[in-house]
Design a protein around this ligand. Structure first.
Ligand code: PMP
Length: 355
């Protein structure tokens, strides 16, 4: 017997690379290419470092209130965490305590099975259909909970509100979590359903549409009974999750609605333009309702395209996994970044004799 026998061994989630060099076009972690609202800078400059000696508000009250106001909710229907990863991990611990398996798609955010393993939650992966769509009827079987992103990641494929409602309504004895990390780029949120379905949790983030991946703020919206349960787990783990600077800048960001809308609109326009250009070059792709494209080129291995783009200092995401091995996930950057990407891809296809 050695102390090593008592060490927990886990296979961790692997986040996208954060290169040190500045001269990289970084399209690999779905960050927003634009800075956050100017109000965020103002809020940051108004901070007094003398206040940092005191703990922040454990309830993150100001930020919770600002989010509740923005989404037409009561404060008791909102929970905030350190990015939606933190919120989702809390949700797994709080809501998935059954012996029955939690259901999620087989191609989806690759953190779900990591949390399930970490918290020893049984799970079952439900296959997507041949066009990478989630099939709502497949979630009508005994389960200990359901979670899926809408739009899904890394496919970008969106379920309609009716389809989401079908999954929620057909699982009244389980908590259903809709991970809406990318919903602001053209999807319809399931938020209006939370007053009708007490088993629904909608999770969103400041990391994508609000340009604040580096600040780490995510939030859940649900019936207050579920929010209370989440808070009790959080307070059993770490009371002070949101720092004073994060509280200040998060609150400033959520109040700048005009900036947020304009930023999302620009990204959607660049996405649609890039998708048109890539289809014209012969790429296949899903219809993405997110801030990334999920693309492949007939006859060219995804790993080759990935390596070539990397050699040109354009970083995208590629998974050496069955079914999606020939696909790249490309974050929508600025118009200029997309022009550089398209030029590099055009050159590659020409050299390869594909056009
Ligand atoms: N859900 C999905 C589907 C994601 O792609 C991501 C980003 N990696 C997250 C949640 C977590 O994002 P964050 O913790 O930055 O809010």
């Amino acid at each position: 017997m050695s102390f090593r026998d008592n060490i927990r061994q886990v296979v961790p989630y692997v986040p996208g690379e954060q290169p040190k060099q500045a001269d990289v076009i970084k399209l690999n972690t779905n960050e927003n290419p634009y800075p956050p609202s100017p109000k965020v800078g103002e809020a940051l400059r108004a901070l007094d470092p003398a206040d940092f000696r005191k703990y922040p508000d454990p309830a993150a009250g100001g930020l919770v209130h600002a989010i509740a106001e923005r989404y037409g909710l009561r404060d008791s229907e909102v929970f905030v965490g350190v990015g939606s990863d933190d919120v989702l991990a809390m949700c797994f611990q709080t809501f998935f305590c059954s012996e029955k398996p939690v259901l999620f798609p087989d191609i989806t955010y690759s953190f779900y099975d990591v949390w399930a393993d970490l918290f020893r939650i049984p799970y079952e992966r439900i296959p997507l259909d041949g066009s990478f769509r989630i099939v709502p009827e497949d979630y009508e079987k005994p389960n200990g909970g359901v979670i899926f992103p809408n739009p899904n990641a890394p496919t970008g494929v969106l379920l309609s509100l009716e389809e989401v409602e079908r999954i929620v309504a057909s699982n009244p004895d389980s908590v259903v979590i809709v991970d809406e990390a990318y919903i602001d780029f053209g999807g319809e949120s399931a938020l209006p359903l939370i007053r009708r379905y007490q088993n629904l949790v909608v999770v969103q983030t400041f990391s994508k549409s609000r340009s604040m991946a580096g600040v780490r703020i995510g939030f859940a919206m649900a019936d207050e009974e579920l929010i209370r349960a989440l808070e009790n787990v959080k307070y059993s783990f770490n009371s002070y999750t949101i720092s004073r600077p994060a509280l200040a800048v998060g609150t400033a960001s959520i109040k700048d609605e005009a900036y947020f809308r304009d930023c999302c609109r620009r990204i959607c326009a660049t996405r649609d333009e890039t998708a048109r250009a890539m289809r014209a070059m012969g790429f296949s792709m899903t219809d993405s309702a997110s801030n990334f494209l999920f693309v492949s080129y007939p006859g060219i291995p995804g790993g080759d395209l990935f390596a070539y783009l990397r050699s040109k200092r354009i970083y995208v995401r590629w998974w050496d996994k069955p079914v999606i091995r020939d696909y790249l996930r490309i974050t929508v950057g600025t118009d200029d970044e997309m022009k550089t990407l398209l030029a590099a891809l055009g050159e590659y296809l020409k050299n390869r004799g594909a056009v």
